[in-house]
Write a protein that binds this ligand. Structure first.
Ligand SMILES: [Zn+2]
Length: 438
């Protein structure tokens, strides 16, 4: 027995040496910037938009490393080398430096693997002439950004060029969300789950759980929970496969908070729009209303973008173009109706253009307008340029007749505008909750 133990020493020395060499050759090629999560719970998605499925969640205060940026979303690295996307306005930027990553090219066909080992799954191949964004290198392997995830290629098979990709600094980093304390102690697995020795997907497995098993959360470690199973085993489990019904944690990250919404106050500048009998201009009240709605949405964490924010003239065509450019989850245009003869019509109407793209949004919003004290004229088809020429889900709201004296009394009141704002928040909340987004 003693002899055997002694024989192990050279192996341990050799192993330590290998680890040391590997560490020494680790090269970080991306000058990464880090972000801090500001939302109480932030969804991490498979792609840069609300339409991509949630792959995990991170808690308030978590530091994330940025790899890329697209459409106001950040591609970030998570524990276990997983890659996902988070909404830029729900995180705080720690460093204002620009980030660069090196570009690699391939001369022949190269397998792209899930992990840095030849036995791991092949996710795809790079063909001659293809290029890849290098995240970092470790030993013989190079990690690249590949189809919204991180993947590995054998370093000898690629050529790292001098070309770098500059990742632009974020346009805004508005922060919302109140810090919610995690008070949950019980959770249920949402799928078959591995309980691991450490907080990472490569850590050894302690035990496996089937779907629907209950665990007790002992503490939190980043995106992982240290839990105790029903049979008394302890280990780490990924937070994103646990469901905590009724808890603040489960509810904190609403889909609405991740949405980008374009608000379009009708008319502006030399285009006054319709007039009230007393000479009030439609453009004044569309802007006042949009500002109220924008403030209410911002308070929910929404990324709000206006087509105009002051009394300036904006042509029709650029308005839907804004929505397309930012890949808006919804576009809402604000207007007030008028009739040829004053005081002959009253009420509000919700217009859509595309049945497929817009009508659901129009229906959800219209249903939310319950306490306005004006006749609901319903959801109607409307051939308006700002919604017709829109690639994103778009609606046009006519929120009362400006040349009807009793409607106008409402239109100009802050209380009426505020009621519309909170109704839109609840309508959009239900709309996104039901999975209605691109
Ligand atoms: Zn108008």
């Amino acid at each position: 027995m003693r002899f055997k133990q002694l024989k192990k020493w050279p192996l341990i020395v050799l192993f330590s040496l290998l680890v040391a060499i590997s560490a020494a050759t680790t090269t970080v090629l991306a000058n990464n910037q880090t972000l801090t999560v500001r939302a109480s719970v932030l969804n991490v998605r498979l792609g840069p938009g609300l339409g991509y499925s949630v792959m995990g969640q991170v808690q308030n205060g978590t530091q994330l490393t940025v790899i890329d940026k697209e459409n106001s979303w950040y591609q970030v690295r998570l524990a276990g080398n997983r890659i996902g996307w988070v909404a830029s306005w729900l995180v705080d930027q720690n460093e204002a430096t620009t980030t660069t990553a090196r570009v690699a090219t391939v001369a022949g066909q190269v397998n792209v693997r899930q992990y840095a080992t030849t036995t791991s799954k092949v996710l795809g191949t790079l063909e001659p002439g293809d290029s890849a964004k290098v995240i970092y290198q470790e030993g013989d392997w190079t990690e690249i950004a590949y189809q919204n995830t991180a993947a590995w290629v054998y370093t000898k098979l690629i050529n790292i060029t001098n070309q770098t990709v500059t990742l632009e600094a974020p346009k805004q980093s508005a922060a919302v969300a109140t810090k919610a304390a995690v008070t949950v102690v019980k959770a249920t697995t949402t799928t078959a789950a591995n309980v691991r020795e450490a907080a990472g997907i490569n850590a050894p497995i302690v035990t496996r759980l089937t779907k629907g098993q209950s665990v007790t959360i002992l503490k939190q470690s980043g995106e992982w929970y240290y839990v105790q199973t029903a049979t008394g085993k302890k280990g780490y489990i990924a937070s994103w496969i646990l469901s905590m019904p009724g808890s603040a944690t489960a509810k904190a990250a609403t889909s609405l908070s991740e949405a980008t919404i374009v608000l379009d106050p009708g008319h502006g500048g030399t285009d006054s729009g319709a007039q009230s009998t007393s000479g009030g201009s439609e453009k004044t009240y569309t802007l006042a209303l949009a500002n109220k709605v924008g403030a209410a949405l911002k308070a929910q964490g929404v990324n709000v973008i206006y087509t105009r924010s002051d009394d300036s003239f904006v042509d029709l065509a650029p308005r839907p173009a804004v929505a397309e450019k930012v890949h808006a989850d919804a576009f809402i245009s604000f207007h007030f109706d008028s009739t040829p003869n004053a005081n002959t019509a009253s009420g509000f109407t919700t217009y859509y253009y595309s049945v497929k793209k817009d009508k659901t949004l129009a229906t959800y919003l219209n249903k939310s307008f319950t306490g306005l004290g004006l006749t609901n004229r319903g959801v109607e088809f409307g051939d308006f340029e700002v919604i017709r020429e829109n690639t994103q889900p778009a609606v046009l709201l006519e929120m009362g007749y400006i040349n009807d004296d009793s409607d106008y009394a409402k239109i100009k009141s802050a209380a009426y505008q505020q009621q519309i704002a909170s109704d839109i928040v609840s309508g959009l909340t239900s709309y996104f909750k039901a999975g209605n987004h691109q």
